[in-house]
Design a protein around this ligand. Structure first.
Ligand SMILES: Nc1ncnc2c1ncn2[C@@H]1O[C@H](COP(=O)(O)OP(=O)(O)OP(=O)(O)O)[C@@H](O)[C@H]1O
Ligand SMILES: O=C(O)c1ccc[n+]([C@@H]2O[C@H](COP(=O)([O-])O)[C@@H](O)[C@H]2O)c1
Length: 196
C-alpha cells in the first residue's frame, strides 16, 4: 500500500510552515506522497477565507511547484459545502483503494480533533500525524484514547508563521519575503490579495 499524507488547510495563503510540516511528516514517517487539500469552507474557522478557492489553489500549485512527492488535490473545492475530512477521506479511499491515508495536522487542530465531524468513524479509516506549533500547547493527554492510539507526533523545526500573520503583513504593507515561496508572494502582490 502506498502511504499518503493528507495536508488539509485553508491555505489563505499557503506558507513555509505548511510546506515544512508536510516535508517533515513525509520524511520521518516514510510517506510516499503528501497531497495538499485546500478547504472550500473550513469547519472550525470563525471566518470565511479572504482569497477565493481558485486563488488559494493557484497558490498551492505555485508553492509545491515541481516537488515530486507533493500533489495538489482540489477535491474539497470541487465538492463545495463544508469541508468535513470524513467526506474527503471516504471519497479518496473509494477513488484510490490501493493507498493508505494519514491526516497531517498542526497542534491547534490536534486540540480540537475530538470535535471533528464523525470523528470516531474518521479515526477508524485513517491515522493522524501531529506537528507542534510555536505558541500552541500540544495537549494529547486530553484526547480520548481511541484518538491517542491513532496519532503519531512528528518533529519539525519550529516555525511561528501563520496565514493570519501573512494577511496582516500584506494589509500593513510589510514584507512577506521568506515566509512564503516567492511565486506565492508574486501572485499575492500581482492580484492585490489581503490588501497588498
Ligand atoms: N507554522 C506551522 N507549523 C505547524 N503546522 C502548521 C503551521 N501553520 C499551519 N499549520 C497547520 O497546517 C494546517 C492548515 O493550516 P491553515 O491553512 O489553517 O493555516 P494557519 O496558518 O493556521 O491559518 P490562519 O492563521 O488563517 O488560522 C493546520 O493543521 C495547521 O495546524
Ligand atoms: O472534519 C472536520 O470536522 C474538521 C474540523 C476542523 C478542521 N478540519 C480539517 O483540518 C484541516 C485544517 O483546518 P484549518 O481550519 O486549520 O485550515 C482542513 O483540511 C480542515 O478541513 C476538519
Amino acid at each position: 500500500m502506498l502511504q499518503v499524507g493528507l495536508m488539509g488547510g485553508t491555505f489563505d495563503p499557503i506558507h513555509y510552515g505548511h510546506l515544512l510540516a508536510a516535508e517533515s511528516a513525509r520524511e520521518q514517517l516514510g510517506l510516499d506522497e503528501v497531497w495538499f487539500v485546500p478547504s472550500h469552507h473550513p469547519p472550525l474557522k470563525p471566518h470565511a477565507p479572504q482569497a477565493s478557492g481558485e486563488q488559494r489553489l493557484e497558490m498551492v500549485f505555485r508553492a509545491i511547484d515541481f516537488q515530486p512527492h507533493f500533489r495538489a488535490m482540489p477535491i474539497e473545492l470541487e465538492r463545495e459545502g463544508t469541508s468535513f475530512t470524513i467526506d474527503t477521506v471516504a471519497a479518496l479511499r473509494e477513488q484510490y483503494p490501493e493507498r493508505e491515508f494519514a491526516v497531517i495536522i498542526g497542534a491547534d487542530r490536534v486540540n480540537d480533533l475530538a470535535q471533528w465531524h464523525r470523528i470516531e468513524e474518521l479515526a477508524r479509516g485513517v491515522s493522524f500525524i501531529a506537528l507542534r506549533r510555536p505558541g500552541v500547547e500540544l495537549d494529547c493527554a486530553s484526547l480520548p484514547a481511541y484518538l491517542r492510539e491513532r496519532l503519531r507526533i512528528c518533529d519539525m523545526p519550529q516555525m511561528g508563521v501563520s496565514s493570519t500573520e501573512i494577511r496582516e503583513r500584506c494589509a500593513a504593507g510589510r514584507s512577506i519575503r521568506f515566509l512564503v515561496p516567492d511565486k506565492v508572494r508574486q501572485f499575492i502582490l500581482r492580484n492585490g490579495l489581503y490588501g497588498a
